[in-house]
Design a protein around this ligand. Structure first.
Ligand SMILES: Cc1ncc(COP(=O)(O)O)c(C=O)c1O
Length: 417
């Protein structure tokens, strides 16, 4: 197989080991070209919540493919997009009702930021063009999204000069820090379009958790200062933290929410930026200038919307949230042995996310190879080893993943690199 034409993500091609070749997926497994069957601990970047090849999603996509794979959303709509818009609005808390489709999480964030800036412009308020975001945050790899990522951990350090200068602060962890956050917002509110946050779990920036109480307090502070709250639920949405959306656990409804990843059950690229009635109403007027000027070619792709509708049906008809609760319980027990190991700084679990925090950055290639040798697909990054398995994973498969984590981390902890 010729691979040399592929420029692969997050990879130094000169030194990285050759990628594995996947040929098939099945339930919670990825099958490689050489026949090895790996238990998947990552759900393909946290997307495959129902496991792979779910027949309900496959049937919905096949039927849609036969009928109409895609039409532009400029001047046209279709049943799958309309149905999905309605179902998302019904599933989301509060008045999050206006659904803008795009095709990746980063673009959904770009759109959310554009909506926030234009919200103020449309209201005749100038100067509110910056965002406040948090250390350890990650919101994507396009330029506006990069600007709100952690400047150090967010993988975009090189572009410091080029990306918009945002206000990036520590996420408050206690009442003193919350007071500090309050003061910062007070000082900067007139230049801020919005505050953007991954609720409960800051994922790609280090798998850091915060409590629902702190999320609620942050949301209240943001609201007090009249700044828009944008919640990025691209990683946390669709059950991963134990509720359909993480913000529900804090009783928080943002002004704008961004969704992607598990939206289609991990089958096709689709993202949504959903705005509240209050935000959307400001875009209505008799001038074109007030409209949202954004329109990805594949916005609301009918195949992807069909997959997302089928995925929502699975959340209604199969016990996904119960499965997440069971995974949370098992992860808490199964990863506990790691917490006593040398060079393990912390072990934490939230919903179907289990994290072993190391006290240093290991030789990631060596660790990843060690997991492959255990026949599991686990990809530690920076200083964390984590599991985010498909919710349908069997007990045995989950045991296999946790045993592999404990074994590999234990070996590493005796001779940390
Ligand atoms: C919270 C969050 N926001 C945005 C993104 C970017 O999504 P995408 O990779 O689809 O552009 C990610 C991807 O990991 C994410 O975890």
């Amino acid at each position: 197989m010729a691979r040399e034409n592929l420029w692969l993500p997050y990879r130094q091609a000169q030194t990285a080991p050759a990628p594995q070749v996947a040929t098939r997926t099945e339930g919670a497994r990825i099958i490689l070209e050489d026949g090895r069957s790996l238990v998947d601990g990552i759900s393909s970047w946290w997307t495959a919540c129902h496991g792979y090849n779910h027949p309900v999603i496959a049937a919905a996509v096949s039927a849609q493919l036969a009928q109409m794979p895609h039409v532009m959303l400029g001047g046209l709509v279709h049943e799958q997009a309309c149905q999905l818009g309605g179902r998302l609005a019904a599933a989301l808390p509060g008045e999050l009702e206006h659904v803008f489709f795009s095709e990746s999480g980063s673009v959904a964030v770009e759109v959310g930021m554009k909506i926030a800036v234009q919200y103020w412009l449309n209201r005749g308020v100038s100067g509110r063009t910056r965002f406040l975001s948090f250390r350890h945050g990650y919101h994507g790899d396009t330029f506006a999204a990069m600007s709100v990522c952690d400047p150090e951990e967010g993988m975009h350090r090189l572009f410091g000069e080029l990306v918009a200068g945002q206000l990036i602060v520590d996420l408050p962890r206690n009442s003193t820090e919350l007071t500090e956050f309050d003061k910062t917002l007070e000082r900067h509110r007139d230049e801020l379009a919005g505050v953007i946050l991954e609720p409960l779990v800051q994922a790609a920036g280090g798998m850091k958790f915060h409590s629902p109480e702190m999320l609620a307090a942050i949301a209240e502070t943001v609201s007090k200062h009249g700044v828009l709250l944008l919640l990025d639920e691209i990683a946390t949405g669709f059950g991963r933290t134990g509720s359909l959306f993480a913000c529900e656990q804090a009783g928080v409804t943002p002004d704008v929410i961004m969704l992607s990843k598990a939206l289609t059950g991990g089958t096709l690229p689709l993202a949504a930026t959903v705005a509240s009635e209050r935000v959307h109403s400001v875009f209505l007027s008799d001038t074109y200038e007030h409209a949202l000027m954004h329109g990805p070619t594949f916005a609301g792709n009918a195949l992807a919307c069909a997959a997302a509708n089928a995925s929502l049906t699975l959340f209604e008809t199969e016990p996904r949230l119960e499965q997440v609760a069971a995974i949370e319980e098992r992860l808490t027990e199964g990863l506990a042995p790691c917490s006593g190991l040398a060079h393990v700084a912390d072990v934490r679990v939230k919903g179907a996310i289990g994290v072993v925090q190391l006290d240093r950055v290991p030789d990631l290639d060596a660790l990843r190879q060690a997991f492959l040798d255990e026949h599991v697909w686990i990809r530690p990054f920076h200083d964390v080893v984590y599991l985010m398995p498909p919710f349908v994973i069997s007990e045995d498969e989950l045991e296999t993943l946790m045993r592999a984590v404990c074994r590999v981390v234990e070996r590493w902890s005796r001779a940390p690199s």
